[in-house]
Design a protein around this ligand. Structure first.
Ligand SMILES: Nc1ncnc2c1ncn2[C@@H]1O[C@H](COP(=O)(O)OP(=O)(O)OP(=O)(O)O)[C@@H](O)[C@H]1O
Length: 682
């Protein structure tokens, strides 16, 4: 137990035995399922007429399939553990005991036989908290049965690869900075890494927080927000297995590439992948019946680059004030929109006065444009009772339509346009549904209108939502999120990375939307960049309150070029120099047009230099779905959230706008090891 190397051998032997047992169990389980199928086909004609036996058979089959599935998952986890079964150890003396208990910590639980004391504890187990939260000395951890206090007498760290011990040492400090430095300095990863070996105390507090309903994390660039959010999900799935499944979790992320970039973390931590979507995509689906097409956030950014004044209009239309005006407008519609009249159907009459009573009193709680449906249902019920028969579906439909006819219109597009005019904004063009395309600034106000005027379906399967890049969400978007997902949330972002002229601090208004449920946390320690890169980036926007991890690298290369092509030639040259050293590089530009142009130029150039060469050069646009090795050419707004070993930023020398400064900052903070910032005069 005490010698890491011997223990490793013991654990590996145990893993092999368990794996062999699991293989056997899987074989038997599959045979069992086969037999059940066979039995069914041979006997189904003789089963009882009520289907009881059939039902029992089905249940037994599901049960067996579920058991097989569990074995598959276990096998997957144990196979992963064969590579590196544990990475840490804590020796803990419980209060009242003399001898320490030794706990080895890894990516999953492992015991010699199922249900026995683990040889290795999952990093999410209560006792594993000791490893992340304490140095040697008095310590305690929370478990479902209470708090356990005692003393950490020793802590060890291990690096094991392919079942071989690379190093082991006793460490005094929380997670030795040297190890963290080595992890951060390592190259060779393409996607985001899991950080279980080196989770920091303040990160651990967020990961293990199960009390707060709405956690909002303002974290500096590279402070580990995304990593922490994903590890938190893994933690919650582990701790609430009964109630929380991966299908109950939704991550709202900026785009497809980002989704791909983070997609392997949960499987690596032994969990299944979760649902992921951008809020924009969600909005477009919900607006299908209102407009045929919608712009996305990136259209909006491109427009602001060309016409900075349009930013103000967009900001106004997403504000609390604008939402307030929409609310007042909707209140006015309660009368203005209605045209009540008697309804007569096969001898039954519902008088106008009665309809008004039902509409304004009995069904007042139902949103305005869904309310008439309730009145119609009420009347249909009356007719059916009086005539003592159920109405056919077509009859019901026809009746409901007559009730719906009492609204002057139910089209949110028209209503919103009317509102805009009333408030002095330009109205939307009058077009049939199939020709309507919404500007980005109007997408969420119309969705707000829709969800205020119609019954909101709610997305009941979702029990936890993660919102990444919170600084890019407006007041109206957060109000909608609250309405749509009345569940727990982890909201994270960085005000310094706002994609607008001015930084947006959503922490100022979120408490007004979510009330007292909210818990704010600030993460100010940054891990991604070398000191040189982080200091350079911080100077760009005047960020000063970040604690930097002490890791050094080359100075940032700053150069000025006459035109874009000479700058791109330099990118090629530098890229070639370090191609062997790095897995991922990015060339980041301001606009989509520039990025596309740069990509085509580089592609052409490479083809001329070596027609048969393989380049690993990728253009990443808003529709891209994969994060790839090699040099990725893209815009600053698509690079956000990602990281690359080496980054080239190419910007207009004379553009000193607020947005250009933000773009430079976002670009610079993407670089792990090396950064080149090139200014182009022409
Ligand atoms: N405790 C840790 N141990 C090892 N690496 C860490 C740790 N915390 C963060 N990192 C590393 O720091 C980098 C930044 O992490 P991450 O992308 O999660 O940060 P972020 O706050 O979401 O960044 P940004 O907002 O700039 O996109 C990643 O490479 C991540 O692996």
């Amino acid at each position: 137990m005490e010698n890491g190397r011997d223990y490793l051998q013991h654990v590996l032997n145990c893993l092999c035995t368990r794996l062999a047992q699991i293989d056997q169990a899987i074989l038997e389980g599959e045979k069992e399922v086969e037999d059940m199928h066979e039995y069914y086909w041979e006997n189904y004609t003789e089963m009882d007429e009520y289907g009881y036996e059939n039902y029992d058979n089905q249940q037994a089959l599901f049960h067996q399939m579920h058991a097989n599935e569990e074995q598959f998952l276990l096998r997957k986890r144990f196979k992963k553990m064969l590579d590196s079964p544990f990475f840490g150890r804590v020796d803990f003396v419980y209060d009242g005991d003399d001898e320490p208990e030794i706990f080895y910590i890894g990516i999953g639980n492992l015991s010699e036989t199922a249900g026995h004391r683990p040889l290795v504890y999952d990093w999410r187990a209560p006792v594993s908290g000791l490893f992340y939260d304490y140095d040697k000395g008095p310590a305690a951890y929370e478990a479902p049965s209470g708090t356990f206090s005692g003393e950490v007498v020793s802590k060890w760290q291990y690096k094991i690869r392919r079942g071989k011990m690379i190093y082991e040492f006793e460490s005094d400090v929380k997670i030795d900075d040297e190890i963290l430095g080595a992890e951060l300095g390592s190259k060779g990863e393409v996607q985001l890494k899991n950080i279980v070996r080196t989770i920091q105390k303040e990160q651990n507090a967020i990961i293990r927080n199960t009390k707060d309903r709405i956690m909002v994390i303002q974290g500096a660039a590279g402070s580990g927000k995304t990593s922490v959010a994903l590890h938190r999900i893994a933690y919650l799935l582990y701790h609430d297995r009964e109630n929380l499944k991966s299908s109950n979790i939704l991550v709202l992320s900026p785009n497809g590439v980002f989704a791909d970039y983070i997609s392997h973390i949960l499987p690596e931590l032994g969990e299944e992948n979760i649902r992921e979507m951008s809020f924009d995509l969600f909005a477009y689906r919900e607006l299908k019946g209102i407009a045929a097409d919608c712009e996305d956030r990136y259209d909006q950014i491109e427009r602001v680059i060309i016409c900075p004044e349009s930013q103000e209009l967009c900001r106004k239309k997403q504000s609390a004030e604008f939402a307030g005006k929409l609310d007042a407008f909707m209140l006015g519609m309660e009368d203005d929109l209605m045209n009540f009249k008697d309804v007569e159907y096969k001898g039954c009459i519902l008088k106008e006065k009665e309809i008004i009573d039902l509409f304004y009193f009995k069904f007042l709680d139902i949103p305005l444009l869904s309310r008439m449906e309730a009145v119609a249902e009420y009347f249909i019920d009356q007719v059916e009772t009086l005539r003592d028969r159920d109405l056919a579906d077509e009859e019901k439909e026809e009746l409901t339509e007559r009730f719906q006819g009492m609204y002057e219109t139910r089209d949110c597009y028209i209503l919103y346009s009317r509102f805009l005019e009333q408030e002095g904004y330009k109205a939307l063009p009058r077009l049939p549904l199939e020709k309507r395309k919404l500007r980005y600034e109007d997408v969420y106000p119309i969705l707000y209108l829709k969800y205020s005027l119609f019954r909101c379906k709610g997305h009941h399967g979702i029990k936890h939502v993660v919102v990444d890049e919170m600084q890019d969400y407006s007041w109206i978007q957060f109000v909608l999120l609250k309405k749509l997902f009345p569940c727990k949330m982890t909201i994270l972002g960085d005000k310094a990375q706002t994609m607008e002229e001015q930084q947006q601090d959503v922490l100022k208004f979120l408490p007004k939307i979510f009330g007292r449920d909210i818990r704010k946390i600030v993460m100010n320690r940054s891990y991604r960049n070398t000191m040189e890169i982080a200091q350079y980036a911080n100077r760009l926007t005047g960020v000063s309150d970040i604690e930097l991890f002490d890791r050094h690298g080359d100075a940032v290369e700053e150069m000025q070029f006459k035109n874009l092509h000479t700058a791109l030639d330099r990118v090629l040259e530098k890229w070639e120099q370090k191609r062997e050293d790095y897995e991922t590089e990015a060339l980041v530009l301001f606009t989509e047009r520039e990025a596309e142009h740069a990509f085509l130029y580089l592609e052409e150039k490479l083809r001329t230099l070596d027609p048969d060469g393989e380049y690993q050069l990728t253009y990443m646009n808003r529709d891209s779905q994969n994060f790839k090795k090699g040099l990725t050419v893209t815009t600053f707004y698509l690079a956000k959230g990602l990281e690359f070993d080496q980054v080239f930023g190419v910007f207009h020398a004379e553009d000193n706008s607020g947005l250009a400064a933000q773009a430079r900052y976002i670009t610079a903070t993407r670089a792990l090891h090396e950064l080149h910032m090139y200014d182009v005069e022409d």
